[in-house]
Design a protein around this ligand. Structure first.
Ligand code: SAM
Length: 326
C-alpha cells in the first residue's frame, strides 16, 4: 500500500495527460522559453492505463485527469472509460478550462465522468481574453450550463485569486453558487514556475473571506468521504457551495493524499517540490509491474512531510504547472 513515512495513505492520483493547452493564462505560461514535450515524450494512453492499474493495486481509488488542457488530447473519453472500468476506482474527475467541454460532454458522460472542475478566474469578457489570450468566456459559461444540464455533480468552478487581476470580482464569482448548484472554489496562487504574474503580493484565503463578507455568513458544510483539502461553506439560501483552498496560508500537507503523474511520465510526490521519480524510462525499457510498483512505493517514501512554503516567497518550483496539472 502507498503509505508514506508520515503515515498518510496515498489514494489519489492526478494525471496530466498533456502539457499542451489552448489557453495562455498569464499566471501559468512560463516566461522565457516555452518548451513543450515532443509527442514521443508524453505517455501514451495504454501506458497511463497500465500505471493506473498498478496504482490501483497499491490503493489508488481516486483519479483526476488534468493537463495542460486534457481535452486538447484526442481520444480522452476512451482513457476515462478504461480508468472508470478498473475495479477499485471510486472517483474519477476532470479539470478543464471548459473551451472544448461542451462538444465532448456526451462522450465524457458516457465514459463515466460524473463531476467536473472548470477553471474560470473572471466573468468579464475582456479580462478573460487578456488573462488567457483567447476571447472565449462565452464558450466557458455555455460549457458550465451544459455540464449542469448533463447532470454532472458537482460542477466546480476553480478560481485562482489574483491580486490586481480579479480581486474586484470575488463577490460576483461567489454569487455563481447562489441560484445553481455550482461549487465555486477560491484557490491561492502558488509560486510554481516563473510567469508574468509571479511575485505579486498574494491574495490569501483570510482576505478572500473578508472580501466575501457582504454576502452574509458562510455556513460550514461537513466534509464528504472523498473530499480534498477545500474548506466548504454555503452562502445563506444558496443552491451551491463556496470552497477555499488555502494551499499557502493554511497548508493541508498533513492530510495530503496525492501523487501526481506528469505528462512526461514522472511521479511527483508533492506539487510544491521538484523531486520526481521516473516511471516512463523503466516502463519503456521493459520493467515488470512489480518494478513499476516499487517506483510508486519509492515516491511515497519520498513524499515531503510539508511544503514549507510561505506566502510571498518567490517561485522556487521549477517545473511548469501545465506539465504537472495542478
Ligand atoms: N487546463 C486545465 C484547466 O485550466 O483547468 C487543467 C490544468 S490547469 C494547470 C489546473 C488548474 O491549475 C487551473 O484551475 C489553474 O487555474 C490552476 N493553476 C495554474 N497555475 C496555478 C498557480 N500558480 N497557482 C494556483 N493554481 C494554478
Amino acid at each position: 500500500m502507498l503509505i508514506d513515512p508520515c503515515n498518510r495513505r496515498l489514494n489519489y492520483l492526478r494525471i496530466s495527460v498533456t502539457d499542451r493547452c489552448n489557453l495562455r493564462c498569464a499566471y501559468c505560461i512560463p516566461l522565457g522559453e516555452d518548451r513543450r514535450l515532443d509527442h514521443a515524450e508524453i505517455l501514451r494512453y495504454e501506458e497511463i492505463l497500465r500505471l493506473v492499474r498498478i496504482g490501483v493495486g497499491l490503493g489508488i481509488e481516486k483519479v483526476r485527469i488534468t493537463g495542460g488542457e486534457p481535452l486538447v488530447r484526442r481520444g480522452l473519453p476512451a482513457l476515462l472509460a478504461a480508468i472508470h472500468r478498473l475495479p477499485g476506482i471510486r472517483d474519477l474527475s476532470l479539470t478543464t478550462n471548459g473551451l472544448l467541454l461542451e462538444e465532448h460532454l456526451d462522450a465524457l458522460v458516457a465514459a463515466g465522468l460524473r463531476r467536473v472542475n472548470v477553471s474560470l478566474d473572471t466573468l468579464k469578457r475582456e479580462r478573460y481574453r487578456d488573462l488567457t489570450g483567447v476571447d472565449a468566456l462565452g464558450r466557458v459559461l455555455a460549457a458550465v450550463d451544459a455540464a449542469l444540464a448533463a447532470g454532472l455533480q458537482p460542477v466546480k468552478i476553480n478560481v485562482v485569486a489574483l491580486r490586481g487581476v480579479n480581486e474586484d470580482e470575488l463577490i460576483d464569482l461567489a454569487r455563481l453558487s447562489l441560484a445553481r448548484p455550482l461549487h465555486v472554489r477560491f484557490i491561492e496562487f502558488m509560486p510554481i514556475g516563473a510567469s508574468r504574474l509571479a511575485g505579486r503580493e498574494p491574495l490569501l484565503v483570510p482576505e478572500i473571506r473578508r472580501r466575501l463578507s457582504p454576502l452574509g455568513d458562510l455556513v460550514p458544510v461537513p466534509p464528504g468521504a472523498m473530499d480534498g483539502p477545500a474548506q466548504r461553506f454555503r452562502l445563506p439560501g444558496a443552491a451551491g457551495e463556496i470552497g477555499f483552498i488555502p494551499a499557502i496560508s493554511h497548508h493541508f500537507c498533513s492530510r495530503c493524499n496525492r501523487l501526481r503523474l506528469t505528462a512526461a511520465g514522472r511521479l511527483r510526490p508533492c506539487l510544491l517540490s521538484d523531486r520526481e521519480e521516473d516511471l516512463k524510462g523503466p516502463l519503456r525499457s521493459g520493467a515488470t509491474d512489480g518494478e513499476l510498483a516499487a517506483i510508486f512505493l519509492a515516491a511515497a517514501r519520498h513524499k515531503p512531510s510539508d511544503h514549507n512554503l510561505a506566502a510571498g516567497e518567490p517561485a522556487h518550483v521549477c517545473c511548469q504547472m501545465r506539465s504537472i496539472g495542478g
